[in-house]
Write a protein that binds this ligand. Structure first.
Ligand code: DGJ
Length: 376
C-alpha cells in the first residue's frame, strides 16, 4: 500500500518538482535553499512525508522523523507510521523508510487508524539506544491523552514499540499547591479540551488526573547540556503544559515535573537552548487551523518561565505564517532553525513545512520573519 502510494505520488508531484528544481537547485540538481510552504522533494522526487516532526543529528547526518500522512481527511490518522529521512545539508533528504510501522493487530496500541503524532527521537549515550516518544490516542475522541515509547539500535530504525502511558501517575509537580491536593470540581470529565470558561486551577484538572496520570498530548523531547532529558507536553485537557524529567535511560518519567503557563491553553511545544538560556514556542489550541504563536524563555529548564508574546513579525504573524511549531534545529555554530507544519487536513499528505531562521534580539527575545526562500 505504501509503495503504491509512493509511486502515485512520484507521478503526481513530478511536475511540481520540476518547477522547484528550476527555482532552487544549482547545476547539480541538488536543493540549495529552503522554500517554506512549497513542495519539498526527497531523493526520489516525492514530497517529504514527515509531519509534526523532529530532527536528531548523528555524526554529520541529520535524521528527520515525522508522521507519515496519507491522502484525504482519512490521512490525518496513522495508516503507515513514522517516516524517517536523512540529510547532510538539511536541504536534500534521502528517504530512509518507515522507522516505526503501525500494526494490523487489533490488540496493539499502535494499530492502523490510531492517532500517532509529533514523534521525537533522542539518543541515549549510556544505553546506546535511539529512543522515540510520540503522542498516542487510541480513541478517536482524543480522550486517551497518552505518550508512546519505542526504541531502536540504529537511527533509521526499525523502532520497537514498548508501551504507552499517561504522564507521571501518582506524582505531584514541584509547583503543586494545596488546592490541587484538595477536591476536584463535581462532575469534571476527563475531556480533550476544557470548556472555554473552565479554569484548570478552579476545577482542578491536576487533581482529577493524579491517580491515572496526567494527559500527554502535543509533545516534544529535549536533551539538556548535562545529558538529562525532558518530555514537554500539553496536559490537563490542553490547558497547561508540563515539563517532565526522564530517567537516565530516557524510557520513563522520574516523577519530577512542573506545570507551566497554567490555563493558557497552549500546545505544539518546541524548545531550544541558546547562550545558556532556554526558549520555547507554543501555539494556541485551534485544531489544524493556524493561530498566533507564543514564545517564552527561562534561565533553567525548571523555570521560572516567562512569556514573551508572539515571536513572529511582519505579514503572516497572526497565523505563524500559516504554520504550527513542531521543533527547533540547533546547528553546531549556534544558529537555530524553526520547524513548523502547514497542515492540510482536507488532504493530509499535502501538508507543507515552514522552516525559518530564528533571529535573536537585544532584549533577549527571538523573532521569526517570513522568507520565500533562504539558505544557511
Ligand atoms: C493540533 C495539534 O497540534 C496537532 O498535532 C493535531 O493533534 C491537531 N491539533 C488535531 O486537531
Amino acid at each position: 500500500m505504501y509503495d503504491v502510494m509512493k509511486g502515485l505520488l512520484t507521478i503526481t508531484l513530478s511536475a511540481a518538482c520540476i518547477v522547484l528544481a528550476a527555482s532552487c537547485t544549482g547545476n547539480s540538481g541538488k536543493l540549495k535553499s529552503f522554500t517554506p510552504g512549497e513542495i519539498w522533494p526527497d531523493n526520489n522526487g516525492v514530497h517529504i512525508n514527515a509531519h509534526g516532526g523532529g530532527i536528531l543529528k548523528v555524526g554529520k547526518t541529520y535524521y528527520w522523523y515525522g508522521e507519515h500522512k496519507t491522502e484525504g481527511t482519512a490521512g490525518n490518522v496513522a495508516h503507515v507510521g513514522i517516516h524517517c529521512y536523512s540529510s547532510r545539508d538539511l536541504y536534500n533528504w534521502k528517504d530512509e523508510g518507515i522507522a516505526l510501522a503501525v500494526t494490523h493487530d487489533p490488540e496493539s496500541d499502535i494499530r492502523e487508524g490510531m492517532v500517532i503524532e509529533r514523534p521525537k527521537v533522542i539518543f541515549n549515550e549510556k544505553t546506546g539506544k535511539y529512543v522515540m516518544w510520540f503522542h498516542l490516542e487510541r480513541d478517536p475522541q482524543y480522550i486517551d491523552g497518552r505518550t508512546g515509547i519505542a526504541v531502536a539500535d540504529a537511527p533509521q530504525g526499525p523502532f520497537t514499540y514498548i508501551r504507552c502511558t499517561r504522564a507521571t501517575p501518582k506524582s505531584w509537580p514541584d509547583n503543586v499547591t494545596d488546592f490541587h491536593k484538595g477536591p476536584v470540581a463535581e462532575g469534571l470529565q476527563d475531556v480533550t479540551n476544557l470548556l472555554p470558561d473552565q479554569d484548570p486551577d478552579v476545577v482542578n484538572t491536576l487533581g482529577r488526573d493524579f491517580e491515572q496520570g496526567q494527559h500527554s498530548r502535543d509533545m516534544t523531547l529535549f536533551v539538556d547540556v548535562d545529558g538529562k532529558a525532558y518530555h514537554i507536553c500539553s496536559s490537563e485537557s490542553n490547558t497547561t503544559l508540563h515539563i517532565n524529567e526522564l530517567t537516565d535511560d530516557y524510557l520513563d518519567f522520574t516523577g519530577r515535573y512542573i506545570r507551566i503557563f497554567p490555563g493558557r491553553r497552549l500546545e505544539a511545544p518546541a524548545i531550544f537552548i541558546h547562550d545558556g538560556r532556554y526558549y520555547m514556542m507554543m501555539s494556541g489550541c485551534t485544531g489544524w487551523a493556524p493561530n498566533p504563536g507564543h514564545s517564552a524563555s527561562a534561565p533553567s529548564i525548571w523555570g521560572p518561565w516567562e512569556e514573551m508574546g508572539n515571536p513572529c513579525v511582519g505579514e503572516g504573524k497572526e497565523t505563524t505564517f500559516d504554520s504550527q511549531s513542531t521543533f527547533f534545529i540547533t546547528l553546531d555554530d549556534g544558529r537555530v532553525i524553526y520547524m513548523g507544519d502547514r497542515w492540510r487536513p482536507e488532504n493530509a499528505i499535502d501538508g507543507r513545512y515552514v522552516w525559518l531562521p530564528v533571529e535573536f534580539n537585544e532584549d533577549g527575545s527571538y523573532s521569526l520573519r517570513w522568507q520565500d526562500s533562504w539558505s544557511l
